[in-house]
Design a protein around this ligand. Structure first.
Ligand code: C5P
Length: 335
C-alpha cells in the first residue's frame, strides 16, 4: 500500500480540486455563451460531442502514459499491451462505470425533456447524498457528525443557489415541454444513484490497484467510446444520415468538447488524490464562482437574497467539512 498522505499527493489533491473548480466554471460559462450565439445551419449533435470528447481523452491519456514511460514508445506499447490486452478481466471492470456513465448521460437527456431546467438542477443535487452513502458503504469511509451535517448544509445551499428566480422563469426555465413530470423525476433520481455509484466504483478501482490513473482512464474511455458510439447511432441516426457526425462544429463547440475532455481528466485525478465527496464541494463552489463571474462580466445574472443565502451555506459547509480532522486518515497534514 502506498503512503496516503505524502506531501506530493496532498499537493496534487488540492491542486486537482482547484483545477476542477476552474474547469467546471469555464465549461458552464462557455456553454452558456455558446447558447446565446445565433448560427445558421445545423447545430452540433450532443451525442457526437460526447464521443469526440472520449476520443480526445483517450488520446491525451495515451500521451500522458507516454511521458510516464520516459518518452519511450517501446515501453509505452509494452505497458499498454500488458495492462489492457493481456488482462481483459482487469480491463472489463471498467465496462461497469462506462456503461453506467453512458446510461446516466442519456437519463439526464430524458430528464431535461420532461422537467424544466431549474427543477432538474435542484433535484440532481441529491447526488451529494448518494455519493456519501456509497462512499460509506462501498469504501468504508468514516464520516463524523460534523461531516454529515456539512453535507446536508451543502445540499441545502446548492439547492437555494439553483432555486428558480422569477425573471429566469419567464424566459427559459419554465418552458416545460409536453411530457411527464413523473418520468423526468424518476430519470433524475436514477441518475443520482448512478452518479454516486459510478464515481465511487471508479474510486475503488483506482485506490485498490497500483495501475496508473491514465491507464485506468484509457480503459474507461475505450468502453465509454464504444457505448457512446452505439448510443449516437441509435439516437441520432436520422441527422447522422443527413449531415454526418461532424455537422455544426464551430470553434465554440470545439472548445466545449476540449473542456469536457479536460473535465474527464481532472475528475480522474480528483477521484484518485481526493475523493468523490470533495469533488462535490468543488463543483458546488464552481456554481457560485460562475454565477459571480456572469454577474460581473456578462451582466446576465441578478443575484437574489435566496442566492446569497445559498452561497453562504455552501461556503460554511465547506469549512465545516474540514473542521473535524478525518478520523481514519489521522490528518497528519493540514492546509
Ligand atoms: O454528475 P457526475 O459528477 O456523476 O458526472 C461525472 C461525469 O464525469 C460523467 O459525465 C462521466 O462521463 C465523466 N467522467 C469522466 N472520466 C472519469 C470519471 C467521470 O469523463 N474518469
Amino acid at each position: 500500500k502506498m503512503a496516503l498522505a505524502s506531501p506530493q499527493s496532498q499537493r496534487l489533491k488540492y491542486m486537482s480540486l482547484g483545477v476542477l473548480v476552474l474547469q467546471t466554471t469555464s465549461l458552464v460559462l462557455i456553454m452558456r455563451y455558446s447558447r446565446t450565439l445565433k448560427e445558421d445551419g445545423p447545430r452540433y449533435l450532443a451525442s457526437s460531442a460526447v464521443v469526440l470528447a472520449e476520443v480526445l481523452k483517450i488520446f491525451a491519456c495515451t500521451l500522458l502514459v507516454f511521458t510516464e514511460n520516459n518518452f519511450s514508445f517501446v515501453a509505452m506499447n509494452l505497458l499498454l499491451k500488458e495492462e489492457i490486452v493481456n488482462k481483459p478481466a482487469e480491463a472489463m471492470k471498467l465496462a461497469v462505470p462506462a456503461a453506467i456513465y453512458t446510461l446516466q448521460n442519456n437519463l439526464l437527456y430524458i430528464a431535461l425533456s420532461n422537467l424544466d431546467a431549474a427543477t432538474y438542477q435542484v433535484t440532481y443535487q441529491l447526488k451529494i447524498l448518494t455519493t456519501a452513502l456509497f462512499s460509506v458503504s462501498m469504501l468504508g469511509k468514516k464520516l463524523g457528525l460534523y461531516q454529515w451535517l456539512s453535507l446536508l448544509l451543502l445540499m441545502a445551499g446548492v439547492t437555494l443557489v439553483q432555486w428558480p428566480t422569477d425573471s429566469g422563469a419567464d424566459s427559459e426555465q419554465k418552458i416545460v415541454t409536453a411530457g411527464s413530470q413523473f418520468v423526468g423525476l424518476m430519470a433524475v433520481l436514477i441518475a443520482c444513484l448512478s452518479s454516486g455509484f459510478a464515481g465511487v466504483y471508479f474510486e475503488k478501482i483506482l485506490k485498490e490497484t497500483k495501475q496508473s490513473v491514465w491507464v485506468r482512464n484509457i480503459q474507461l474511455g475505450v468502453f465509454s467510446f464504444v457505448f457512446g458510439f452505439i448510443g449516437m447511432i441509435i439516437y441520432d441516426s436520422q441527422s447522422l444520415r443527413e449531415s454526418g457526425m461532424f455537422q455544426g462544429y464551430n470553434s465554440i463547440a470545439c472548445t466545449v468538447v476540449v473542456l469536457q475532455a479536460l473535465g474527464g481528466l481532472v475528475i480522474a485525478v480528483v477521484i484518485k488524490y481526493a475523493d468523490n465527496i470533495l469533488k462535490g464541494f468543488a463543483t458546488s463552489l464552481s456554481i457560485i464562482v460562475s454565477a459571480f463571474i456572469s454577474y460581473f462580466f456578462l451582466m446576465d445574472f441578478n443575484p437574489t437574497g435566496i442566492f446569497f443565502t445559498g452561497a453562504l451555506l455552501v461556503i460554511a459547509a465547506t469549512f465545516l467539512y474540514g473542521y473535524e480532522g478525518k478520523p481514519a486518515s489521522g490528518g497528519a497534514i493540514r492546509v
